[in-house]
Design a protein around this ligand. Structure first.
Ligand SMILES: [Zn+2]
Length: 320
């Protein structure tokens, strides 16, 4: 099933399928929470379908296997854990799939999600297969952005960018799904990706976000009470909360520089205004940098005492 914002890209692919001109390596650039996997799978199922050319019939043997998740010629690959790399061994497995004979006599599909999580060795291992593709082998790569993808991989693929709906459309779509009104800043925090926005609310992150923001804004006011409350909320939320606070600090800076038209926070604007009035730009800049560094540190190394590091970071606001 496709989402409304995927329709126009899908029609482009259908046209290529119809003319049998689909490139052997398709690279779909789309943010997380855009439903990109559904779109990639629709393409995979269509290519594998024994009846349909531009859409899967849903009834043939291949479609049945695909929908059951047991198609022997469909090879999905992703990092073992989100945030981890795709290793060179996994890519070597891909290369073996690429040259195998297909079980059902049709094409083989290799779908690599988080292709931007391939390390250099892994990307290089894939390169040769992409350069000299075995016949009947279709690659579908998915990535959030091109920045982290090796240029050599990038240049051997046919790139497609899935545009996100505008903020108002995303807000309307999520409100319709959840049958409740939602904040515009929730949409902005999730870069207008509809499914990411919906999950943010379904998982109660919007409520926890609101609480954290209130505690943080209160702490920023002298005499800086509630440091341990903020640290506790952050560490129970995980290091994502540092990203949230980064958005907040960036908004404070923008407000100080008079760029009030481009803020993430609309409903929580009063909190941004309060903070921007008391924290100096120099502190905001240095604390933002430290927050990003801390985020990466916490993402890379598990087992650190996050709460202690957060407390240390928060004291940086008191020393100004
Ligand atoms: Zn079919």
């Amino acid at each position: 099933m496709l989402y409304p914002w995927q329709e126009s890209l899908w029609q482009n692919w259908q046209q290529l399928l119809d003319q049998r001109r689909l490139h052997h390596a398709v690279l779909l650039v789309a943010p997380l929470g855009s439903g990109r996997e559904a779109l990639a799978k629709q393409l995979a199922q269509t290519v594998l379908c024994q009846n349909g050319v531009t859409e899967p019939c849903g009834i043939c043997h291949s479609c049945k296997l695909f929908e059951a998740g047991t198609h022997p010629d469909f090879h999905p690959l992703a990092p073992e854990q989100q945030g981890k790399q795709i290793g060179v061994d996994a890519v070597r497995k891909c290369n073996r799939w690429a040259v195998e004979t297909s079980q059902l006599g049709g094409d083989r599909i290799i779908m690599i999600d988080y292709a931007d999580a391939m390390g250099e060795a892994a990307a290089n291992a894939l390169l040769k297969t992409l350069e000299e593709p075995p016949s009947g082998c279709q690659f579908i790569l998915l990535a959030s952005a091109l920045d982290n993808l090796l240029p050599t991989i990038n240049s051997r693929c046919n790139k497609w960018r899935l545009a996100m709906p505008n903020e108002a459309d995303t807000q309307r779509w999520v409100e319709k799904q959840l049958m409740q009104s939602i904040k515009l800043e929730t949409v902005r925090l999730n870069n207008s990706a509809p499914i990411a926005t919906m999950q943010f609310i379904e998982q109660g992150q919007d409520i926890r976000y609101g609480k954290l923001l209130e505690a943080f804004a209160a702490f920023l006011q002298p005499p800086h009470i509630g440091l341990y409350d903020v640290a506790g909320l952050c560490s129970s939320e995980g290091h994502n909360s540092l990203k949230w606070l980064s958005y907040f600090m960036v908004d404070c800076l923008k407000l100080q520089q008079g760029a009030a038209g481009h803020l993430v926070h609309s409903e929580s604007l009063p909190l941004v205004q309060q903070a921007a009035a008391v924290v100096t730009p120099a502190t905001l800049i240095s604390q933002s940098r430290k927050a990003n560094a801390l985020y990466q540190q916490l993402e890379r190394h598990t087992g650190l005492n996050a709460e202690l590091l957060l407390v240390e970071w928060l004291t940086g606001f008191m020393a100004q």
